[in-house]
Design a protein around this ligand. Sequence first.
Ligand code: 5GP
Ligand code: MG
Length: 182
Amino acid sequence: MLADLERVLFDEVAIQRRLDEIAAQISKDYRDRELTIIAVLNGSLMFMADLLRRIPVPLKLDCLSVASYHGRAETRGELVFKQIVLPDVTGRHVLLLDDILDSGGTLSAIRARVETAKPRSIRICVLLQKKKRRQHPVKADYVGFEIEDEFVVGYGLDFMERYRNLPCIGILRKKLIARPNE
Ligand code: 5GP
Ligand code: MG
């Protein structure tokens, strides 16, 4: 799997070090407020597990499963919620966790859905954020790393459901995106 990467951007040590910093910031910001985390699966699975173990404040955890990609390295536009019932977050402080902020379509759709339940506050935390103009107006409050507009895999992020278990994050070789079966 590692050989399929053009370049490693963040290795395990760099990721864990950055998680220490974000977790410290979140713990400080929410020290007096009870937090509800909503993690967007599957991409944020590793991020969620590693981050939450570093946040020593009382919190609730819910997960949402959505799909927007269907195997290609391009965003498809419409977001499909794989579950009908959303977590009950009325009056709660919600922190949405996702792997990566790209066009903003995913997080703006999720935020709009969560807002209908009237939470007390909503913030957004992403491991990665692409440096580009977003098609949807979404700002992340906590960002692990800013990256160029390239397709990355590993540490939860997939290409056609593969590479999620890579411990590092890297740029996938372009020829694999064009012809994944070769
Ligand atoms: P957005 O809706 O912001 O365009 O994209 C968000 C979702 O698209 C992410 O949750 C992630 O699943 C997927 N995505 C966007 N960029 C990348 C990328 O570079 N690599 C991978 N593996 N997934 C991405
Ligand atoms: Mg995702």
